[in-house]
Structures are given as structure tokens and as C-alpha cells.
Design a protein around this ligand. Structure first.
Ligand code: RIB
Ligand code: CA
Length: 317
């Protein structure tokens, strides 16, 4: 039985690859895609998402555009990582693919997909949780029908990537994370300390592309170039983290999860240096009132890369 999903994305280089994966993996049935401000402004996110949808011939999918602002904090983007267009500055090269899709509004679209469903739809969030939080604020009862939210975000026992303590998605809109945490909707977090264990290397792309010369493999080679240059310069490895493709793969193939932890989770929503920090158990158990959340602690990397390569660098041309 396919898993019905809504993808909420801040396309983003790794989001763009996650979208292709989600639309290709046979285990998932993508009911809609919603865009949120994050890596770049939601206008850019939406145009880049349309480009990806056109590239993989999914112009028929429902697309909803979210708001440009977080619940409370000022806007924050990462063009230095993902390019000003969110696609590693290659969207112009793929202009002819951009799908002509009627863009709806994200929150009404999420709520419409959930109408007449009960615990059958999963939301995979690969960006800040602003849209999800706004949907909960608009119709909490309807949102309680969500089967599970699988969210790429947070970091546990590991450094942040946006300030020393926070992960980007949760830094951008910590108030939205707080709304989701306290909503009672089953939540699984795929944190930075796990997603940074899957690094797509430039050499892998070069090698795999030799045997798979498809529009998707060529797109991945193009879209990751800027992203990999950033990591080479700033983090001294010639590649790029596959945060969001891993998150989608966990939703599609839960067997790749080797360790999961259930624990109280809180998020810091204030603070100059600590906003967006995810907090868990302390020695005195003071977190008793905190919501219990499932987070991924370890995955089977070999299994992930087998899936990643077979789906995205298939030999068929
Ligand atoms: O911190 C990594 C996350 O932030 C990824 O989802 C990336 O696309 C950005 O949204
Ligand atoms: Ca993302």
C-alpha cells in the first residue's frame, strides 16, 4: 500500500533532489507539494519547485505557496549555500522545463487534502515548519487527522549549522516548531546529527553519471555544483549533505532506520544565540511537561545510498 504524503519544501538544492525521489519512489503517493520560505524567499522556492516538477513530468500535481514570513522571527535565508534561486543558480538553464501549474495557497491546500481522511496522510517537511504551524492554528481538529509529521530539523548532541546550537529549519521558525511539538500530532524528527552522515560526493556524481546519462542525473550534476563548492570552501569536503533526500527515504523505506529515540523535546524560541535550539532530557527530569517526540538516531547508510543511486542514477536513459 502506497503511503499518501504531502511534501512541504523550501527548495533548496537538497529539497529539489528530495522532490524527485518522492515522486519516483514507488512507496509514496505525493498528494500535494507546498512551498515555504527558508533556503530562499518563498517566491523563489515556488518557481524552483515548478522547474523540478516540469523536469520530472509532474505538472499535474497540486502546488500550494506558503507565506514569506515566519510566525514571529524576521526572515532568514541561505543563498550562500543554495544559490539565490535555491537551485544552485541553474534555474535559468532549466527554464524550458518549468511547469505551468496553477499555484494554490499552502494552508488551505493542506487542509483540503486532509478533508475526509483519518490518519492516512503523512506530511514530510524538509523546510521550516511555518506552513504546518499555520495549518494547525487555522484548523487544529482537521490537522489531528494527520498520520505523522516527518520533519528534517533540529540537532541533538551535535553542533548546529546555523549558529553553534541550532539547525537551519528550526532556527528560521522556532515558534512554528513549538506549535507542532504541542499539537499532539505524531512527530518524527530527522535531525542534523543524522543527516550529516550522508554526504553526496562530487566524485560519486561524476562516476554514477558516466553510467546514467538521464535528464535527472544531468540535473543532479548541475544543481549540486554550487552546493558542493560551498561545502568544499566552508566545510572542506567536496560534496554536499543530503538532509532532505534522507528524510524522504525514511518516510518511504522505514527499514533504513537502525535506531529511533522517544524522548521529551523542547525548543528554545527566544534568545540571541540559542533560538532554534532543540532540548531534550536533563538530569532532574524537569522536562516532564515536554511533549514526547520520536527522533531518528541512526540509519543504514549503505541502504540509503543503494536506493539513492538506483532511483536517481538509473541506467535507463
Ligand atoms: O539544515 C538543513 C536543512 O535546512 C535542509 O532541509 C536544507 O534544505 C535547509 O532547508
Ligand atoms: Ca530543506
Amino acid at each position: 500500500m502506497k503511503r499518501s504524503v504531502i511534501l512541504d519544501v523550501d527548495t533548496g538544492v537538497d529539497d529539489s533532489i528530495a522532490i524527485v525521489l518522492a515522486l519516483t519512489l514507488p512507496q509514496l503517493d505525493v498528494k500535494a507539494i507546498t512551498t515555504v520560505s527558508g533556503n530562499v524567499h518563498v517566491d523563489e522556492v515556488t518557481e524552483s519547485t515548478k522547474t523540478v516538477l516540469g523536469l520530472v513530468n509532474h505538472a499535474g500535481i497540486r502546488l500550494g505557496k506558503g507565506s514569506s514570513a515566519s510566525l514571529r522571527r524576521t526572515r532568514f535565508h541561505a543563498p550562500e549555500v543554495h544559490g539565490s534561486d535555491g537551485l544552485g543558480n541553474i534555474r535559468k538553464k532549466y527554464e524550458q522545463y518549468k511547469a505551468r501549474i496553477r499555484t494554490e495557497r499552502a494552508v488551505p491546500l493542506i487542509l483540503d487534502i486532509l478533508k475526509n481522511t483519518k490518519k492516512t496522510v503523512t506530511i514530510i517537511a524538509t523546510g521550516p515548519l511555518t506552513n504546518i504551524a499555520r495549518a494547525i492554528q487555522k484548523d487544529k481538529r482537521r490537522m489531528r487527522h494527520v498520520r505523522e509529521i516527518i520533519s528534517m530539523g533540529g540537532t541533538f548532541g551535535y553542533r548546529g549549522n546555523t549558529g553553534p546550537l541550532a539547525e537551519f529549519n528550526y532556527y528560521v521558525d522556532p515558534d512554528a516548531v513549538d506549535v507542532v511539538l504541542h499539537s499532539g500530532i505524531p512527530l518524527t524528527i530527522v535531525p542534523l546529527n543524522v543527516t550529516e552522515t550522508v554526504r553526496l560526493r562530487r566524485n560519486d556524481v561524476i562516476q554514477w553519471s558516466r553510467k546514467s546519462n538521464t535528464s535527472v542525473s544531468r540535473f543532479i550534476a548541475d544543481v549540486t555544483r554550487f552546493y558542493m563548492d560551498y561545502h568544499k570552501k566552508v566545510e572542506s569536503f567536496n560534496g554536499g549533505y543530503m538532509h532532505d533526500p534522507l528524510t524522504v527515504t525514511i518516510a518511504a523505506v522505514p527499514e533504513i532506520v537502525k535506531k529511533r529515540i522517544k524522548s521529551p523535546i523542547l525548543i528554545e524560541t527566544r534568545g540571541i544565540y540559542a533560538a532554534g535550539t532543540t532540548l531534550t532530557r536533563d538530569a532532574r527530569g524537569s522536562e516532564k511537561k515536554a511533549p514526547i517526540v520520536s527522533r531518528i538516531a541512526e540509519i543504514d547508510r549503505r541502504m540509503f545510498w543503494d536506493i539513492f543511486r538506483n532511483v536517481l542514477f538509473s541506467s535507463s536513459g
